[in-house]
Design a protein around this ligand. Structure first.
Ligand code: FAD
Length: 299
């Protein structure tokens, strides 16, 4: 979309979350269209590819990128709360996240290139609900909750239940994602971010895996997975997760991991890859993660 076209859209910048929620509620009640604009790295690009809109019926664009309630990264009592308007650059540079949640900071380092990381936000990544969304995969592995706000207050949706289909979510028209929350992985948790794409930067994944596993006395006590680009929504790999919690990792064979991965994904052929290649890579990534787990758990 060229800047002149963008300038045609009615535009407002609410000063507070309460003001934003009131506007969203009133407009949803009147069935008027509204676009929430954070970094613009999805919406502006998508508008550029889509057919032009009727200039007499444009949605109102609400800039939420500077809303204080959506900004910032808070850490307290072993929990993280990351504002929906936090950028990937802020995430990848955060000293505590770097130490405690490398699955998230490694993911943020590989989103687009630094220009996209400086604008793109976690909230935008979740709201777009692309199956290739890297942020969604990492947050899925962390068992994150999505916190939504409206004039009726806040509600919390586990990320595993947030996506309802290809590019569809449980967010209602009058709601905004305010933040994501998750329990920090315990110190020593095994975390991995593996993104397979055409090149190191500016590449949407063919397949990406986020994985987190925690152990006590050699036995898995918590495991979380998120896989991108292998199904209509980010895959949480429940069958693979169950295997990571098996009484003995040594007893989990590569054949079982292969079967579990195939069970948990539904890849397609598209411009970036084929279903067959995605299946092969997904299985290889899961097996490699389990090899690392066995080594870390000493089994
Ligand atoms: C060159 C390029 C490379 C990219 N590479 C990657 C990549 O490697 N990995 C990846 O995952 N993505 C990638 N993307 C996609 C994009 O950058 C990310 O999805 C980013 O997180 C989108 O965030 P944003 O703030 O820019 O969203 P926006 O474009 O501002 O918004 C996207 C959608 O989300 C809605 N929205 C935004 N914030 C909220 C909120 N708080 N509550 C409710 N709805 C909201 C908007 O209304 C809009 O519909 C790339 C994009 C480009 C252009």
């Amino acid at each position: 979309m060229n800047p002149a076209e963008l300038a045609l859209y009615p535009f407002e910048r609410p000063a507070t979350l309460a003001e934003l929620c009131r506007t969203l509620s009133a407009r949803a009640g009147r069935r008027e269209r509204t676009v929430l604009l954070a970094g613009g790295t999805d919406w502006i690009v998508e508008r550029g590819f889509a057919p032009p809109e009727n200039p007499d019926d444009l949605p109102l664009v609400l800039d939420i990128s500077r809303l204080p309630e959506l900004r910032g990264i808070q850490l307290a009592k072993e929990r993280a709360a990351i504002g929906a308007a936090a950028t990937f650059l802020e995430i990848r540079s955060h000293p505590v996240l770097l130490r405690r949640v490398p699955v998230l900071t490694a993911m943020a380092r590989e989103v687009g290139a630094v220009q996209i990381q400086a604008r793109g936000t976690l909230g935008g990544n979740l709201a777009t609900a692309s199956p290739a969304a890297d942020g969604a995969a990492a947050l899925m592995a962390l068992d994150a909750d999505v916190v939504l706000a409206s004039v009726h207050g806040e509600r919390r949706v586990p990320l595993t239940q947030f996506f309802t289909g290809y590019r569809a979510t449980r967010r209602a028209e009058d709601e905004v994602i305010v933040r994501v929350e998750f329990v920090l992985p315990r110190t020593g948790a095994h975390q991995a971010w593996r993104k397979v794409g055409t090149r190191a930067a500016q590449a949407i994944s063919k397949v990406a895996l986020a994985a987190v596993a925690e152990f006590e006395r050699g036995r898995g006590v918590r495991a979380g997975f998120g896989m991108a680009s292998v199904s209509p929504v980010t895959a949480s790999l429940p069958t693979v997760r169950a295997l990571a919690l098996a009484p003995s990792l040594a007893s989990v064979s590569d054949e079982e991991l292969d079967a579990a991965t195939r069970h948990d994904i539904a890849p397609i052929d598209d411009i970036r890859s084929t279903a067959a290649y995605r299946t092969h890579v997904a299985s290889a990534l899961v097996k490699a993660f389990f090899r690392e787990l066995r080594a870390a758990a000493g089994s």
